[in-house]
Structures are given as structure tokens and as C-alpha cells.
Design a binder for this molecule. Structure first.
Ligand code: ARG
Length: 466
């Protein structure tokens, strides 16, 4: 009898693929990293096969022990991956079967189509948890930097033009909010990743009495109540990559947030702003200009968003014209997904340590925040409180700003006569408007950068991220 190999070509095919074809079609060079999840899936499948009587207890034990031994070899770097065995699944199965005769029964009721969908969901589950944890740590770095500089005020900007004063912490907490939405998006996405496709076979399930619920439970595909979560359509299950697209889409949003944070830090570190100083370890010098200290880590955090966006578009493009069900095109999903998760995880980590190693130049911030023009809106509000319609108040303050600019003095040095010359509603109490401390205490609404509100928000986040 001809010896059968686990390679799917055996039996049907004569000559094997040429070297160039093997090179072109292989995925083991990148999907090997699914090995732990592939082993876990196979162990659960073996346990289930024994439970339904398709494996003996001894066979199950031999398979599980064989898989564990292979796992140890892979972990120690001794396992020899073979390109001609295409992918992680066939490499492991072939090696198992070489060692354990019962290995030839492991693929019962299973296809690489449901196997790879399973492995990717298992892998992604772990990665999403790690990413969520790292997002919380980045939030913590932002909150701590804000808390350490709780009294620091800076100008807030619109159009990169000075707008109104805000606490430095308020600016950082804006990113904490963005990251929190990313965090929650990830947990919602996790629910949809956490669904077991095994048992879908190649496309149409199996005639064998597979216990899908058992496999799902063994692999932790359960909801909050412990109910097994199973894909409900075998054709959808083997061709669906929504879970990958959704993860990459959330990652793209996250990368965009990180990129904006990076941009703010880059601006703040310029001589023009000069609000912060990044530790040397996160910057580089110039090979030509000795004075340079370039914010490379932040720049790359900004730059890496580009590849994350590109990966998302690549995945969507990969899927858009695919007829049902599995098509080999789907193999192209992995590098895009892996790269996305690797990139955002590294960026989140690096941004956290960059923030942990950034100091705030308190004096420079105070000098910038003391620009009285930042309180021009407060001046208009002053008139509103005296009963002046806002449009009219806005116009009056605009005239005062022009007047101050013309004579070349700051807004808070305009005399009472000059104020009253523009609008008779101005009284001696107008000087109060330029008291920055009072100005900040007037911003009392939820979400405003007022003294009490920012303290409250810092305290709220401190509790959440600690
Ligand atoms: N390496 C393949 C992939 O990543 C595994 C599934 C292969 N299935 C198949 N029928 N050729 O998609």
C-alpha cells in the first residue's frame, strides 16, 4: 500500500509543485507564528474526536503529547519549518503524523479552511487583549503626565492659532478620551472575534457527528454567561474575514489618534512652541547639524499610521470581489493583519514610554498661556453678562483687539477710557477678566477646561487607569 502523507496533494496529484510555485504559494514563512493557536485548536479537536468515538483515549493522548512535544521544539527554535509543506497547519500535522500514527486521524472532519479561520480568531483574541491592556497603559502615561503638571496652562489652538487657555492636562485628557473609545471598540470587536468556526469543514460542515459546542467551550469561545459561541453558517464561516477587517479598522482609528498625539508632541518640542522636552533616548541627532534633536519616535508614530491605513484598504480590496467561499486569495490576509497589530501595539507602547520620559517646560507654558488675547472671548462674555447681544459684543472686542494691535500693546493694557470708547457697558471690573486664575475658575461646565472640572476629570481617570 502506498504510504499516504498528510499533504493535501497526495492521492490526487502526480508531480509536486515546482520550486517557484511552492515559493509563490507558501505561507509558512509568515503564518508559522500561529503555531501556538494551531496546536491549541488541534488539541481541542482531538479531545472532541475522542468524545464522539472517532479516536480512542490512547490515540487522543498520543496526539496531544505529540503536539506538546512539537510545541516545545518550536518554542526552543529547533523545529524545522518546511516550505514545501506550505503552511503552519501542514507543517505541524505532517510532523505529528511522522511521530504518531494516530496523527493521520487528526484532520477528521476538519479542513484547513475552518482551521485557519480558527487559528486567526484565536490569535487575534490574544492580541486584542494585549492591545487593550497597552492602551490602558498609554492612557495612564497621559493621565500621570497631566497630573504631574496639573497647574500648567497652555494656549489651546484652533487652526494652529492661539485660541483660549486650557490646562495642559485637559489637552492630554482629550487623547485619553479618544483612546477610551478605541478601547471600547476593541472589546465590542472581541465579541465578534470570539466565535468558533471549527466544524464548518471546507465549506459544508461534515457528515460526522462533530460536537462543535464542546470544541467552542474547550477553546474559550463562550459569552459572559459561558454559552458557546458558534458560527451559524459554514459557508460564511470559512470565507468571513470581517473580524480581521474590523480589527484593522479599529487599529486604523487608533493609529490616527496616535499620529495626532505624535504631531502635538512634535510641535510642542519645537523651538517655536518649546512647551516640552523629550528625553534624548527618544530623539536622534543629525549627521550634519550638530545642534539638532529630532523627535524620531514621534515622527515614526505619525508615519506608521500610513501603513496601518494601507493594510485596511488592502484587506477590503482583497475581499471585495471574492466569490463564495474560501479562495486562496484569503491567505494574503495574514501579513496585513499581523503587520497592523504589530505596528499599533509597538506604537502604543513607544508613545507611552515617550510620554513617561517627557518633561514639561512649565515657565514657557505659563508665558504662552498669559497672552491676554486668549481671553478675548471672555471679554465678549463680560459684555454679554452686561446684557449686550453676543454679536455686538464680538464686534466690540474685535475693535479693541484692533486698537491694541495698532498702538502695539497687549489687550490687558488697554485703558478703561479706551474700553468705554468702544462700548459704554465696560466698567472698572473689566480688569478682572484678565485674571487667568479667575478665568479658569469660571469654566465650570462638564467637559470644560475649568480648574475644578479638570481636577475632577483627572481624578476620574486616575481611578480608571491606576
Ligand atoms: N495557508 C492557507 C491560508 O492561509 C490555509 C488554508 C488553505 N486552504 C486551502 N484550501 N488551500 O489561507
Amino acid at each position: 500500500m502506498k504510504k499516504t502523507s498528510p499533504v493535501s496533494r497526495s492521492g490526487r496529484f502526480g508531480a509536486g509543485p515546482g520550486a517557484d510555485v511552492a515559493q509563490f504559494t507558501e505561507s509558512v514563512s509568515f503564518d508559522w507564528r500561529l503555531w501556538q493557536h494551531d496546536l491549541l485548536g488541534s488539541m481541542a479537536h482531538a479531545t472532541m474526536l475522542r468524545k464522539i468515538g472517532l479516536l480512542t483515549k490512547a490515540e487522543e493522548i498520543a496526539i496531544v503529547k505529540g503536539l506538546e512535544a512539537i510545541g516545545r521544539e518550536i518554542a526552543s527554535g529547533k523545529f524545522r519549518w518546511k516550505l514545501e509543506l506550505e503552511d503552519v497547519h501542514m507543517n505541524i500535522e505532517a510532523e505529528l503524523t511522522r511521530r504518531v500514527p494516530a496523527g493521520a486521524k487528526l484532520h477528521t472532519g476538519r479542513s484547513r479552511n475552518d482551521q485557519v479561520a480558527l487559528d486567526m480568531r484565536l490569535w487575534l483574541r490574544d492580541e486584542l487583549c494585549e492591545l487593550s491592556r497597552e492602551i490602558r497603559l498609554l492612557q495612564k502615561s497621559l493621565v500621570f503626565l497631566g497630573a504631574k503638571n496639573a497647574e500648567v496652562l497652555i494656549p489651546g489652538y484652533t487652526h494652529v492659532q492661539r485660541a483660549q487657555p486650557v490646562y495642559f492636562a485637559h489637552h492630554l485628557l482629550a487623547y485619553v478620551e479618544m483612546l477610551d473609545r478605541d478601547y471600547h471598540r476593541l472589546s465590542e470587536c472581541f465579541r465578534r472575534v470570539n466565535v468558533c468556526p471549527l466544524g464548518s469543514g471546507a465549506i459544508a460542515g461534515s457528515t460526522l457527528p462533530l460536537d462543535r459546542e464542546l470544541v467552542a467551550k474547550l477553546l474559550g469561545f463562550v459569552d459572559a454567561k459561558g454559552m458557546p459561541q458558534l458560527t451559524q453558517n459554514s459557508m460564511d464561516a470559512v470565507s468571513d474575514r470581517d473580524f480581521a477587517v474590523e480589527s484593522c479598522s479599529i487599529a486604523a482609528l487608533l493609529a490616527m489618534h496616535l499620529s495626532r498625539l505624535a504631531e502635538d508632541l512634535i510641535l510642542w518640542a519645537t523651538a517655536e512652541f518649546n512647551f516640552i522636552s523629550m528625553s534624548d533616548a527618544y530623539t536622534t541627532g543629525s549627521s550634519l547639524m550638530p545642534q539638532k534633536k529630532n523627535p524620531d519616535v514621534a515622527e515614526l508614530a505619525r508615519g506608521k499610521a500610513a501603513r496601518v491605513f494601507g493594510n485596511l484598504v488592502a484587506l477590503l480590496t482583497l475581499l471585495k470581489g471574492l466569490p463564495m467561499t474560501y479562495n486562496r486569495d484569503l491567505q494574503e490576509d495574514k501579513e496585513r493583519l499581523f503587520d497592523t497589530i504589530d505596528t499599533v501595539r509597538a506604537t502604543v507602547r513607544l508613545m507611552a514610554s515617550l510620554l513617561d520620559n517627557t518633561t514639561v517646560k512649565v515657565k514657557n507654558c505659563a508665558a504662552a498661556a498669559s497672552d491676554p488675547a486668549l481671553l478675548a472671548t471672555d471679554l465678549a462674555d463680560y459684555l454679554v453678562r452686561k446684557g449686550v447681544p453676543f454679536r455686538q459684543a464680538h464686534h466690540a472686542v474685535g475693535a479693541l483687539v484692533a486698537l491694541a494691535e495698532k498702538v502695539g500693546k497687549p489687550l490687558d493694557e488697554v485703558t478703561l477710557e479706551e474700553f468705554r470708547g468702544v462700548d459704554s457697558h465696560f466698567g472698572p471690573d473689566v480688569a478682572d477678566v484678565f485674571n487667568l486664575e479667575k478665568a479658569m475658575s469660571r469654566r465650570v461646565m462638564t467637559g470644560a477646561p475649568g480648574t475644578r472640572e479638570v481636577k475632577k476629570q483627572l481624578a476620574r481617570w486616575m481611578k480608571l487607569v491606576r
